[in-house]
Design a binder for this molecule. Structure first.
Ligand code: ASP
Length: 315
């Protein structure tokens, strides 16, 4: 029997039990579970891997706790610019969007770009106009405003620092409240097809028009039915330089490594050597999965048709 599997993440970084209240922890766990079920229900009904990852990522984008869609962090100019991408393992189809504003679900825009444009990657105003054409849901700036993200930004906006939504930098010590973000999902469906999707608001106080790894196919997101589907989270500049997601696929394809072995090399060796803090989730065509990170924690979950379900935060 084909194993069906869905894995999700809600960002990696300095996530410590002592910084969390039981109530907040419960909200995160509930948010992760809702997203996991939104995607898994589709797989269970023989839906496609891409529909499952879109459903899971959309649920996380709609949850203000996660740094994507509604809960996106502030740029240096006090705006929200979102990045997202999706890839299908069957035909290596991909869609990506960078620096888009006011689109409720950037992952759905990435999917529209994959399905209905002649392009793979749109940015800024062009991406926004394409969202209009495709009649995607739009939201005013207020929708993306949240007090805790504003406080996060206020603590660093007069500096040249930018920060992972979830890392313990000097400036973050000013913050009582550590919130974490960037979301992603990977799936293997009943037909053995793979898909990966990732969506983010990026890094707090990032230079406007800065683009991270999330929408870069091969860095933040990659899927190939010959190897794996991968979605990353972490310090994007380093994930771009490491071509992190594609490197896992290459290690599997050219070196014959397993998914877990390949991810372990990239996350715990190659990225660590260049100070690339973060993690990734992956599945292969047999439905095997791995959720690895080199940071203190990663919001994550996985579910398969062998009755396995896990939702966790810390190491
Ligand atoms: N990778 C994202 C970026 O650099 C941030 C994150 O994963 O939290 O934009």
């Amino acid at each position: 029997m084909q194993k069906i599997t869905l894995a999700i993440h809600g960002g990696a970084g300095t996530i410590l039990r002592e910084d969390m209240t039981p109530e907040l922890e419960q909200l995160y766990l509930t948010g992760l579970e809702e997203a996991l079920l939104a995607g898994y229900t589709i797989l269970e009904k023989s839906g496609t891997a891409s529909n499952a990852v879109i459903a899971a990522v959309s649920a996380l984008e709609n949850n203000v706790l996660f740094n994507a869609g509604r809960g996106s962090v502030f740029t240096k100019r006090g705006e929200h610019e979102m990045d997202a991408s999706i890839m299908e393992g069957k035909n290596l189809e991909a869609g990506a969007v960078a620096g888009v504003k006011n689109v409720r679900n950037p992952i759905q825009l990435a999917n529209e770009i994959m399905l209905h444009s002649h392009h793979v990657f749109l940015s800024g105003q062009g991406a926004f106009e394409f969202a209009l054409q495709q009649k995607l849901a739009l939201e005013s700036d207020d929708y993306f405003y949240s007090q805790f993200r504003y406080e996060q930004w206020k603590a660093v906006r007069d500096t040249n620092n930018y920060m992972l939504d979830h890392s313990q930098h000097e400036t973050e010590k000013l913050l009582k409240d550590k919130k974490f973000g960037t979301v992603g999902a990977v799936a293997c469906d009943a037909f053995g097809n793979l898909a990966a999707a990732t969506s983010t608001g990026g890094m707090t106080n990032k230079q406007f028009n800065r683009i991270g790894d999330t929408p870069v196919i091969g860095s933040g997101t990659y899927a190939n039915n010959n190897t794996c589907a991968i979605s990353c989270t972490g310090h994007g500049e380093l994930f771009i330089r490491a071509v992190a997601a594609y490197d896992v696929s290459c290690l599997m394809e050219y070196k014959g490594l397993s998914l877990h072995e390949a991810m372990n090399i990239v996350v715990n060796d190659k990225l660590v050597k260049i100070n690339g803090e973060g993690g990734m989730i992956g599945v292969d065509t047999k439905g095997n999965f791995a959720l690895l990170f080199n940071s203190e924690g990663m919001y994550r979950g996985v579910k398969n048709n062998e009755n396995y379900q896990e939702i966790s935060i810390y190491r």
